[in-house]
Design a protein around this ligand. Structure first.
Ligand SMILES: Nc1ncnc2c1ncn2[C@@H]1O[C@H](COP(=O)(O)OP(=O)(O)OP(=O)(O)O)[C@@H](O)[C@H]1O
Ligand SMILES: [Mg+2]
Length: 210
């Protein structure tokens, strides 16, 4: 992946998209091969905003916790509680949420608002590289467009690289600079988005376009 790019990862259900992202994150067991990463550890945005947020914690706690954890792992990242709180309020604003939500619970938010919080949680430690595994497929179509727009805005503001996973090649079209096509656990084609769309080399890629 290149710095600051969006790489779309497409392929049918079961081809290994989530397994690949787990391998990158070091969460995959029984893996062979090597992951070479020159940026900080990537953060993940999950598909289902209903199960990815701890329901017993306030939004403020959920946003401050990754900063506390990062400070324990690396003393250089340690921040005072007041600074963590300020960073959480700043991140809330960046994802377009009013500061009143700081004291709310996930159960008090809509699906789209929860996904905004998941995004804020992933970005608060300033990771540089984000893996988004079907980040909008659990949302209503109108909300999907808003979340995609937010992800693009944040990419520019925070100079993020995205690995954007979807089984739907059309979803990645507007979002991604390049597209990688996977089949049966292997990469079969990779290229610039326009080339993949207008001049696909593989019959399988063509079949995804119809
Ligand atoms: N924990 C596991 N143990 C055994 N097999 C698994 C496990 N997780 C996934 N698999 C298998 O590995 C293959 C790839 O799964 P993976 O979840 O990576 O697919 P995917 O491309 O993300 O699919 P989807 O689009 O449905 O999310 C599938 O055949 C799946 O059944
Ligand atoms: Mg998957």
């Amino acid at each position: 992946m290149y710095e600051g790019e969006s790489l779309g990862l497409v392929g049918e259900s079961g081809c290994g998209k989530t397994s690949l992202s787990k391998a990158i994150l070091g969460m995959q067991e029984h893996m062979s091969g090597e992951v070479s990463c020159h940026v900080s550890r990537p953060q993940m945005i999950f598909q289902d905003p209903y199960s990815s947020l701890n329901p017993s914690k306030t939004i403020g706690w959920l946003l401050m916790e990754p900063l506390r954890a990062a400070g324990i792992l690396d003393k250089k990242c340690a921040m005072s509680k007041a600074d963590r709180k300020a960073a959480a309020y700043d991140m809330l604003a960046r994802v377009g949420m009013d500061e009143k939500y700081f004291h709310r619970l996930p159960s008090e938010l809509s699906g789209g608002q929860r996904q905004r919080i998941s995004i804020a949680q992933a970005l608060i430690t300033n990771p540089g590289f984000i893996i988004a595994d079907e980040p909008v497929s659990a949302l209503d179509v109108t909300i999907q467009a808003q979340i995609m727009e937010l992800l693009q805005k944040l990419q520019e503001e925070m100079n993020l690289s995205y690995l954007f996973i979807s089984h739907d090649i059309n979803v990645v079209y507007h979002m991604c600079d390049r597209i990688m096509v996977m089949k049966d656990g292997r990469m079969i084609e990779i290229g610039e988005t326009e080339d993949i769309f207008h001049d696909p080399k593989e019959a399988y890629t063509k079949s995804l376009l119809v």
